[in-house]
Design a protein around this ligand. Structure first.
Ligand code: AMP
Ligand code: GLY
Length: 423
């Protein structure tokens, strides 16, 4: 049996969860990571190569003689890291830059959905701030959603409650260029409402196999208050996502999307993330991500029974339809412990206590998102620091175990939501 030495690109909780699952595979001989973090280093040797350094990553893969690279974050995917690696003869998991446009260009993804009748919120595209504002005034319907075309660290979506906020949003994105070239175009979108569901899928260019569903909690404070974050916690399955909905989404959203992107000449291979809103008129696509979600991955992968390496190889080779992918019936919950001040400015280097030598705690899995090793001890090194995950036969059981572990872990000013798993 061929065994694979795997290089994971990235440094967050999602990458830690991917590494831990890959290490369960008999097909994997070892996993290394770049750049990784303090806690990931307990599971994979880490190399200080920036996730956006395409040349550096190719050089590392060659020098370390890796057999397979998993590119986890959005930026290197959009920048063509998979294209580069494959061009050098190094097998890689993830979409090409062209296929990753489903995430990296909202104009591209919205137009593709419209063209193929894939249900999403109504919209118009503008490359001129005055024209965009004139349209918003003419519509005179609030809230209205203003989205920067390109990647913006998850901050390029502004829900404007009135005319003034809409104007300010356009100024921020298009005139001040807060998100750089990402703001050269905007999508002005109809505001829709309903519960949100995250569905990550495996894709091999033709076949799309959904993973178990999940629910993210994006706002920083309890009761969905405060600014949006990268995600403060997740549960799986998503209680709103019924079997019937799953069937509808497969037929009207997942399969048509994979067919549509293949029709553009750039079949999607990798993990395609569908951010859905369940409106009273049916499910609508809010966004695509061309990668595993964070912290969705932290609750989805612990429920995967099948061999992740085997699945990733099948995605790349186009043989996904030959696999029977199995999941645990139970539930999983992840509670994110964040630095004081996050999502705004926060201190770094705070000592973390309550974790063992391997950065773990009994009764839960601790995925490290923003930690570093300093003088042999773990310290905080990012906004989201740890994702404490537990599984159970039922959601309440998973939540109890996760919160029980959270209470045994400390760093100064740590904050976390106490209402993960309620909706
Ligand atoms: P995104 O960065 O595209 O995930 O958007 C961030 C969040 O904004 C989503 O999770 C939704 O809660 C919200 N959102 C995005 N688009 C819309 C829309 N058309 N109507 C209402 N809420 C939206
Ligand atoms: N949790 C949302 C994302 O990964 O974009």
């Amino acid at each position: 049996m061929k065994q694979y030495k795997v290089l994971m690109v990235g440094s967050g909780g999602r990458e830690h969860a991917l590494i831990r699952k890959l290490k369960e595979s008999p097909l994997v001989s070892s996993v290394i990571c770049a750049p990784g973090n303090g806690g990931i280093a307990c599971d994979a040797v880490c190399f200080p190569v920036n996730a956006m350094d395409l040349d550096g990553m190719v050089a590392l893969a060659k020098e370390q003689a890796v057999d397979f690279v998993v590119v986890a974050p959005d930026d290197p995917l959009a920048a063509g890291m998979v294209d580069r690696l494959e061009g050098e003869g190094i097998p890689a998991f993830g979409p090409t830059a062209a296929a990753a446009r489903l995430e990296s260009s909202k104009v591209f993804s919205k137009n593709l959905m419209k063209q193929h009748g894939i249900p999403t919120a109504g919209y118009e595209v503008f490359s001129d701030a005055d024209a965009a504002f004139a349209y918003i005034e003419r519509q005179n319907q609030y809230p209205v959603v203003v989205k920067a075309d390109g990647l913006a660290l998850g901050k390029g979506v502004i829900i404007a409650q009135n005319r003034e906020e809409a104007k300010a949003a356009l100024d921020t994105i298009m005139r001040d260029k807060k998100f750089g070239a990402s703001g050269n175009q905007v999508v002005i979108e109809e505001f829709i409402s309903g519960p949100e569901v995250s569905v990550l899928t495996f894709c091999d260019g033709k076949t799309v196999v959904p993973m178990v569903s999940s629910m993210d909690h994006k706002r920083v404070f309890d009761g969905n208050k405060g600014p949006n974050t990268g995600g403060m916690g997740t549960i799986s399955p998503n209680p709103h996502y019924t079997k019937e909905l799953a069937k509808t989404c497969q037929e009207t959203i997942f399969e048509p999307t994979v067919k549509a992107i293949a029709g553009e000449g750039c079949p999607f291979k990798g993990c395609l993330y569908f951010g859905l809103m369940l409106t009273k008129d049916g499910p609508r696509v809010i966004e695509f991500n061309a990668r595993f979600g964070d912290p969705e991955t932290q609750v989805v992968l612990p429920r995967l029974r099948s061999d992740l390496m085997k699945i990733m190889l099948a995605c790349r080779e186009g043989t996904l339809n030959a696999l029977d992918i199995q999941w645990d019936d139970g539930a999983a919950a992840c509670v994110v412990m964040a630095s004081p001040g996050y999502p705004d400015a926060y201190p770094k280097g705070l000592p973390i206590t309550g974790l063992d030598q391997n950065g773990q705690v009994e009764g839960a899995i601790v995925y490290h998102a923003g930690t570093a090793m300093k003088d042999g001890a773990l310290v905080t090194n990012g906004g989201r620091v740890l994702g404490i995950t537990a599984t159970g036969g039922a959601l309440q059981e998973a939540l109890r175990a996760a919160y029980d572990a959270v209470e045994r872990i400390h760093f100064e000013g740590a904050h976390y939501r106490r209402d993960i798993g309620t909706w």
